[in-house]
Ligand binder design. Structure first.
Ligand code: PBE
Length: 267
């Protein structure tokens, strides 16, 4: 049958992304959770590699089963299906949270207030991500900031200007977080901070905030994607709550594939 052919055609392999990502760990867990995924593997490479493989497969109408997440521009470019995951191995819809190092509120109260209030919508993030397909992220973020003075005024209300204080934002390297951290970098710069922005693996991000090497991060997907790291470092950072909701990890296939659930795949 179709699922059998497709499973064989993809060599029982999910096209994956970076080894250090949350979704890679979750997909390894998913393979454990489902008996029918016995013997399945993930081809870990990079997000760019996954997207190239997806583009190529779709160009040739070949089967591909990939790890992905929403929001992502691939959903605007291709007709894709998200496979059901009845055991919920990839978790439900998540929020993206803001975390800060202990003591940030005292040390940098003006930045802290902004981070604490920072909250935007999927549509906002998507606008920056789509724009950044054509121009550098810094410029896409600047365009969004220029167009959304009212939202920024809500975040910055009550924060006073500072004079060149340093601020170290730590992010993860995916577009979703490059969008949020580049926007925040501009907002903090406009208040007078000297902002440093570093992209690292999720576990390194948690470690940096917990060990006071970074001031804050807007990148933790929770409760599932980064749940293990959150627990590992719990108590060593401050949780400022969600900055966005409605994001999700997914397994995707092109719409022409006749598979609807990870349970359909064959060992
Ligand atoms: N993501 C996008 C990341 C977090 C943001 C879901 C690919 C991850 O899996 O770690």
């Amino acid at each position: 049958d179709e699922a059998e052919n497709a499973s064989e055609a993809v060599e029982y392999t999910f096209t994956g992304i970076e080894a250090g990502s949350g979704i890679t760990e979750l997909t390894l867990g998913m393979i454990e959770d489902y008996d029918n995924l016995e013997g399945w593997e993930i081809n870990k490479s990079s997000t760019a590699g996954m997207i190239t493989a997806l583009d190529r497969a779709i160009e040739n109408e070949e089967p591909i089963i990939a790890t992905a997440w929403s929001p992502h521009y691939i959903f605007a470019e291709h007709d894709l299906k998200i496979l059901d995951d009845p055991k919920n191995s990839l978790g439900e819809e998540e929020t993206i949270k803001t975390i800060a190092r202990q003591g940030l509120e005292e040390d940098k109260p003006n930045a802290y207030k902004i981070l604490d209030r920072f909250n935007w919508d999927i549509e906002d993030m998507q606008e920056v991500m789509l724009d950044a397909q054509e121009i550098p992220f810094e410029e896409a973020a600047q365009n969004w900031v220029d167009d959304n003075g009212d939202k920024i005024a809500e975040w910055t209300e009550g924060s006073e200007e500072v004079d060149g204080e340093s601020f170290h934002l730590i992010s993860t390297p995916w577009d979703t977080e490059r969008a949020s951290s580049n926007v925040m970098a501009i907002v903090l710069q406009d208040l007078g901070y000297e902002v440093d922005l570093t992209n690292v693996d999720p576990v390194v991000m948690f470690q940096a905030i917990s060990e006071d090497e970074g001031d804050a991060s807007l990148s933790p997907w929770l409760p599932t994607s980064f749940g293990a790291y959150y627990e590992k470092f719990e108590g060593q950072f401050e949780d400022l709550g969600p900055n966005m909701s409605g994001v999700a990890n997914t397994i995707i296939v092109p719409a022409y594939m006749d598979i609807d659930s990870v349970e359909d795949l064959k060992p």
